[in-house]
Each structure stands twice: as structure tokens, then as C-alpha cells.
Design a protein around this ligand. Structure first.
Ligand code: NPG
Length: 369
């Protein structure tokens, strides 16, 4: 399929409630939305970047410039025979994986829509429904936390992830565990601890957590391997795994027992599937992380999470957990068994609400081959 034109949109879509991690707070989604055009078909993608370089080095502004000046021109006019070719075209680009992923997702969606095949089928998915949970940001008090968690548990979520940081780790986790002894519970530190805080992290072992996510530095693998030997709870790496090689190194070093795969963090579905496959071969379970995406990125994540080794619940909640009004007309709703149904329509399955998208777009450009 020849890439004839690419539309890029910077958006600002406010969250229902601000989201706070160990290191930053966000009030709205600031993704870059991509539309590829070929032979009368359009494919959609989302680069779920934020305002500042707090999660990784990318921001909405860096992704916008990278896509507009470097990445989109590399695709325009190319005649692709498979979506995997986009990953190959971008291999000479260093970093900027979320910007790359936004375009790569759109290419998968384009091929899926052109061929009448769902993203899940194209990627080799085996599930009709994927287990999901909810990620709960840092709250003002333990009472507020218990209220928020109660709301999600009552809504049907059977797995909860708590954001932790020094001063907000053992006690909030204990409070949630005491209230819900059987809840599937995990915590996420977003890289805020150092190895000399291993004793504090080991205190979390008593809460029967599924995993402790990314306790140490965003670019570390070595200290995580040392820390894993001191903890009973499996470490799950997120920020540290930016490529299939990073996954292989982490597995070889024993730096984690679980991997969070965010396709946007690793440059797209081609790399995400490679990580899935090599973790599967090594007996390491994976799950699909989230970046508070709009309905476009969410549908893509659900498709990926249908692959067989996604054996832990993903950070993929129903759309109404994030936004009052999303930019798709077919949002996901939570099934009673804490799952989302995998779309079976062509491509990711997301039906974009163009009027709503226009209303939240802050910058727009259309580039032609
Ligand atoms: O449900 O999409 C979701 C949120 C999941 O906690 C979540 N994401 O560190 O994994 C993370 C965190 C995050 C959110 C990271 C926004 C970066 C930006």
C-alpha cells in the first residue's frame, strides 16, 4: 500500500481526574494522533506522549517534531507490502520510540482495514477477551485511596495497581490488602527507589502482590537483578525494557520475573510481539501496560493483549475510567469477569469520532507524498 498522505494531530483530552505517579501529575492526555491514507483507506495510530519527559525522554512536542520532520517523510510515498516494514524503515532512528510507534500502529490499522482483518488476528492473538485491571494514582490520604479503590472494585475490576513512592508505599498497600484480602494487587514505583532502599521494598513482600513494577532507575537492568535476589515478589520491568534486546538482557540477568509490554514504549507492535515471543520462550509472563490512551490507543492495546503469553491482567480499563467523552464512538465497557472483549472488526476496531477529535485538536498538519 502506497502511503499517500499523513495527518498529524496534537490533542488535549482532559482526564476525569488528575493522574499522579511517584514523579509527576497529569491532568489530560496529550497524545499525537496519526492518520495514514492509502488507496481510499485510513489507518489510525496514537503516540501516547505527555507534556514533559517524566516517564521517558519523549514529550508531545518532541514527538510532533520527530514525526513531522523525520518519520513521516520516511514513510510518505513508500509502497508497503506488510506493516512490519515500518519497523524496518525506522531501525536507523535512535530512540523516539513513541513517535515511531504512533506511525507503526497506524500502518497495522491501515493494513487490517484494507484486508478486513482484525489487529488481533494479524498479530496472532488467541483470546476473545482480555483480563484487565485499573491503575490507581497516588492519593491525598489512605481514606481517599480506599474510597477510590472501592469505586473500582464495585465497578467490577478484579485487579488493582497502586502507584507507590517513598512515604506512600507500605501503609497504603497494607490498608488496601486488609480491606480486600483476595484482590489481585500490584504496585508501581515508576523508577523512584534506589538499591539502598531494598529493605523498604522487601517490606512489601508480606502483601502477596502479583509484582512490584519498575522500582529502580528507568535505564537500569543491573541493579534490578541485584534487587530481585533480595525480594520474594517478582519484579516487573516497564521503563527499562525499550527493545527486544533489553528484554533479553533483563531475562538473562534475572532482573525481572514479569515484563510489562507497552507497544508504544518499544516502538510498535513488531517489537512488542518479539518481546512477547522471547519472554514466552523463557517462561516469563507479560501483561499489557497503559499510558492513559484515548480509544485509539486502547483498542490497539486490547488487540495486542490477546496474544497467548499476556497471562496477567493489563492496565487497560474501560474508556469511561479515563474520560467523560472519548474520541471513539465505540468505547470499551467492562465485562462482569473483569475483561474487555477483543474487537473483531477490521484493524484495531476503533471507530473515530471526527467531530470530537476536531474539538480537542490543538495543532494539525497534513503531509503529502
Ligand atoms: O490505565 O492506562 C492506564 C494507566 C496505567 O499506570 C499506568 N500508566 O507508569 O505505567 C505507568 C503509567 C503511566 C501513565 C506512565 C501515564 C506514563 C504516563
Amino acid at each position: 500500500m502506497r502511503i499517500e498522505a499523513i495527518e498529524l494531530r496534537r490533542i488535549r483530552l482532559p482526564y476525569r481526574a488528575p493522574f499522579e505517579t511517584s514523579g509527576w501529575r497529569e491532568e489530560a492526555n496529550h497524545s499525537v494522533i496519526v492518520t495514514l491514507h492509502s488507496e481510499g483507506v485510513v489507518g489510525w495510530g496514537e503516540a501516547p506522549v505527555g507534556v514533559g519527559p517524566w516517564y521517558n525522554e519523549e514529550t508531545q512536542s518532541t514527538a510532533w517534531v520527530m514525526m513531522r520532520e523525520i518519520l513521516a517523510p520516511m514513510l510518505l510515498g513508500r509502497d508497503l507490502s506488510r506493516p512490519e516494514e515500518v519497523d524496518a524503515i525506522f531501525t536507523r532512528v535512535r530512540g523516539n520510540r513513541m513517535a515511531r510507534a504512533g506511525l507503526e500502529f497506524a500502518a497495522w490499522d491501515l493494513f487490517g482495514r484494507a484486508q478486513g482483518m482484525s489487529l488481533s488476528t494479524m498479530l496472532g492473538g488467541t483470546r476473545q477477551r482480555v483480563e484487565v485491571g485499573v491503575s490507581v494514582g497516588v492519593q491525598e490520604s489512605i481514606e481517599a485511596l480506599l474510597d477510590v479503590v472501592a469505586g473500582y472494585v464495585n465497578a467490577g475490576y478484579q485487579r488493582v495497581k497502586l502507584k507507590i513512592k517513598p512515604g506512600w508505599d507500605v501503609e497504603p498497600t497494607r490498608a488496601v490488602r486488609e480491606h480486600w484480602p483476595d484482590l489481585r494487587l500490584q504496585v508501581d514505583a515508576n523508577s523512584i527507589y534506589t538499591l539502598d532502599q531494598a529493605d523498604q521494598l522487601a517490606r512489601l513482600d508480606e502483601f502477596d502482590l502479583l509484582l512490584i513494577e519498575q522500582p529502580l532507575a528507568h535505564d537500569d537492568i543491573i541493579d534490578h537483578a541485584k534487587l530481585q535476589r533480595l525480594l520474594r515478589t517478582p519484579i516487573c520491568l516497564d521503563e527499562s525494557i525499550v527493545s527486544p534486546d533489553h528484554a533479553r538482557w533483563a531475562i538473562e540477568l534475572g532482573a525481572c520475573g514479569v515484563i510489562n509490554i507497552k507497544p508504544s514504549r518499544v516502538g510498535g507492535f513488531t517489537a512488542a510481539r518479539r518481546i512477547h515471543d522471547l519472554a514466552y520462550a523463557a517462561g516469563i509472563p507479560v501483561w499489557c501496560g497503559g499510558m492513559l490512551e484515548t480509544g485509539i490507543g486502547r483498542a490497539a492495546n486490547v488487540g495486542l493483549a490477546s496474544l497467548p503469553n499476556f497471562s496477567l491482567p493489563g492496565d487497560i480499563s474501560a474508556n469511561d475510567r479515563y474520560f467523560h467523552q472519548d474520541i471513539v464512538t465505540n468505547p470499551f465497557t467492562l465485562n462482569p469477569d473483569s475483561t474487555l472483549s477483543v474487537p473483531t472488526g477490521p484493524g484495531s476496531g476503533a471507530e473515530v469520532d471526527l467531530e470530537r477529535l476536531a474539538a480537542i485538536t490543538t495543532d494539525y498538519v497534513m503531509l503529502h507524498a
